[in-house]
Design a binder for this molecule. Structure first.
Ligand code: FES
Ligand code: FES
Length: 165
């Protein structure tokens, strides 16, 4: 199998990596960059465990070829560390939004995309918005509460940073 060399930015680091041409972005992250927080479940675009941010959009790492990522900016769970991510981590812990943790990196990436939009969604709307990510443990109620809670915290912080912290 032929190799390809790809230049991309991962969690703020500019890299050039040479991988077999059929390598997916998820395998590049896990096997070549040792960023194993990007999990692999179904490997066919269904479960969301491999969710990363690719050029400011959430993407399934298992469906994207590394060779297609020339010049791309990728953020994985290891590099997601802004205030919204910190609010989400706190909310996931507080609301019981994780058990085994297998789905959690993908859930947090997907949830972060919602939280940073600052849209107050109903419980049902939040559940639908998160429905691309599958969790086998929690029953989803805690995940929905965590996303709603982190969104409200973000809005409160934007209105009054002194009070909201
Ligand atoms: S491992 Fe990519 S969507 Fe399931
Ligand atoms: S916490 Fe176990 S799969 Fe979601």
């Amino acid at each position: 199998m032929s190799d390809v060399t790809v230049g991309l930015t991962v969690n703020g680091r500019r890299l050039r990596v040479t991988v077999p041409a059929r390598t997916t972005l998820a395998d590049l992250l896990r096997d070549h960059l040792h960023l194993t927080g990007t999990h692999l479940g179904c490997e066919q675009g269904v479960c969301g465990a491999c969710t990363v941010r690719l050029d400011e959009l959430t993407a399934r790492g298992c469906l994207v070829l590394a060779a297609a990522c020339e010049g791309a900016e990728v953020v994985t769970i290891e590099g997601l560390d802004d205030p919204d991510a910190q609010r989400l981590r706190g909310a996931f812990s507080r609301e019981g939004a994780l058990q085994c943790g297998f789905c959690t990196p993908g859930m947090v990436l997907a949830a972060h995309d919602l939280v940073r939009r600052r849209e107050v969604l109903t419980r049902e709307e939040t559940a639908v918005a998160m429905s691309g990510n599958i969790c086998r443990c929690t029953g989803y109620n805690g995940i929905v509460r965590a996303v709603q809670s982190a969104t409200v915290e973000g809005i409160e912080h934007d209105i009054d940073p002194e009070v909201a912290g």
